[in-house]
Design a binder for this molecule. Structure first.
Ligand SMILES: [Zn+2]
Length: 415
């Protein structure tokens, strides 16, 4: 693969846009098209026509295609070296100071079936408890803290269903199951096992059902026709990763814009600015325009590289929401890419735009897959032979395959 033939001036600006989980597979309801092919995304396609286009593996073959792994790679950090799980990244973004002897665990509040069956026989119905509000979840997390908290364990409220347990001298080797990968399944087959060192977590999960199932917050949710958040689910343990500074690596002031704690955490661990956007929810109804405004403001305030991560397509993939996945891609094109591109053009400076999903989240699979994803790198001062429309098939057909996503930044910033 040949990098763009151009020099990096002091004024070069970089937009990295990550439509999370955008890549997919052919879908019968779309006549064999993928959501990327079905979506009308004229701005993305116009850039791809003159861009370096290819495919890239962000996640090493023997690792789990989680968002932390993939986004670490795109930001130039080899996941094999730096991936310590998502929870410590989320903890950092929540402002938790993590000591070296502390382990962070993601603590979802999930919905389990409630038919009077034994805990092991319950079915996991929703990993997000109908995307419970943060205010409701805060009460539940406080109840868990009151019951389980001690000198070594502390629960912290995050956002919606995504929370954090910090454990001193915790076990970060044990492999916990990801709740979004076992929807509809009997949990007994996936719970932490005492013989693997998971006894403490198994016990807390069992007891959490007793604490949460009839908590007033959940009774009120049931009355409103919403799923209760009636169990804690622990996963992704890890210690804080020690990332080399992004600025020192690339001589670029970087900013990260995301609704997702773990993406913010990667940015913060890498010494980048993390910019919060009001109304950025992480779902299909996220505040797209707010992300565009924030990116433009970040450039105005001196950022050289702005990393805009949009969760919408990924959530639609997990929920198998076909039409919404297409809509979220179209809205990213019209409401984020178009205005930021206009700003960059009007700024009069040279700029590059790199667009890629971190990983596929196919509607069929309803979870992430490890497959390579399409990417393009557009440079305002170079016209390359790209592709007519930017999608999985056209990108693969270019024959530019990059085996290590962590090398993308080198190509993006190459002279
Ligand atoms: Zn996802």
């Amino acid at each position: 693969m040949r990098p763009h033939a151009q020099k990096r001036g002091l004024t070069m600006k970089y937009l990295v846009l990550i439509p999370d989980g955008m890549a997919d597979e052919p879908i019968a309801a779309f006549g064999g098209k993928t959501p990327m092919q079905q979506a009308k995304k004229p701005v993305m396609d116009a850039l791809a026509r003159e861009a370096l286009v290819g495919t890239v593996s962000n996640v090493p073959a023997d690792m789990v295609p989680e968002s932390d792994t993939a986004n670490l790679a795109i930001l130039s950090y080899d996941p094999k070296v730096f991936s310590k799980g998502r929870s410590p990244l989320e903890a950092v973004s929540m402002g938790i100071e993590m000591a070296p002897d502390e382990t962070a665990y993601r603590c979802n509040v999930v919905t389990l079936s409630d038919e009077g069956e034994a805990y092991e026989d319950k079915i996991i119905l929703d990993h997000s408890a109908d995307e419970i509000t943060t205010a409701e979840a805060d009460e539940l997390i406080k109840a868990l803290q009151a019951h389980f908290g001690n000198a070594e364990r502390h629960f912290y409220t995050g956002v919606s269903y995504r929370h954090c347990l910090i454990r001193k001298n915790g076990n970060d080797r044990y492999s916990f199951m990801r709740p979004h990968d076992i929807l509809g399944k009997r949990i007994g087959d996936y719970l932490p096992r005492a013989e693997d060192g998971g006894a403490e977590f198994l016990q807390m999960m069992r007891e959490s059902f007793e604490i949460l199932n009839h908590h007033p917050v959940n009774e009120a949710r049931r009355a409103r026709g919403l799923k209760p958040a009636n169990s804690a689910w622990f996963w992704s343990p890890g210690k804080k990763p020690q990332l080399p500074s992004f600025k020192e690596k690339w001589s670029l002031n970087g900013a990260v814009i995301s609704a997702v704690d773990l993406i913010k955490g990667i940015g913060l661990c890498a010494g980048m600015r993390s910019i919060d956007v009001e109304g950025a929810t992480g779902n299909v109804h996220t505040n797209y325009k707010g992300k565009a405004d924030a990116a433009i403001t970040a450039f105005r305030e001196g950022a050289d590289l702005v990393y805009v991560h949009v969760e919408g397509p990924d959530e639609c993939g997990h929920r198998a929401e076909l039409e919404n996945k297409v809509i979220s891609i179209e809205r990213i094109d019209a409401e984020i890419l178009a205005p930021v591109l206009s700003y960059l053009k009007e700024s009069g400076e040279d700029f590059k735009i790199m667009i890629l999903p971190d990983h596929p989240t196919p509607i069929r699979a309803r979870t992430h897959t490890i497959d390579a994803v399409p990417f393009f790198i557009y440079a305002s001062d170079a016209t390359l032979a790209g592709v007519d429309t930017f999608d999985e098939a056209t990108a693969a057909a270019k024959g530019n395959y990059l085996a290590n996503g962590y090398q993308l930044m080198e190509i993006l910033t190459a002279n």
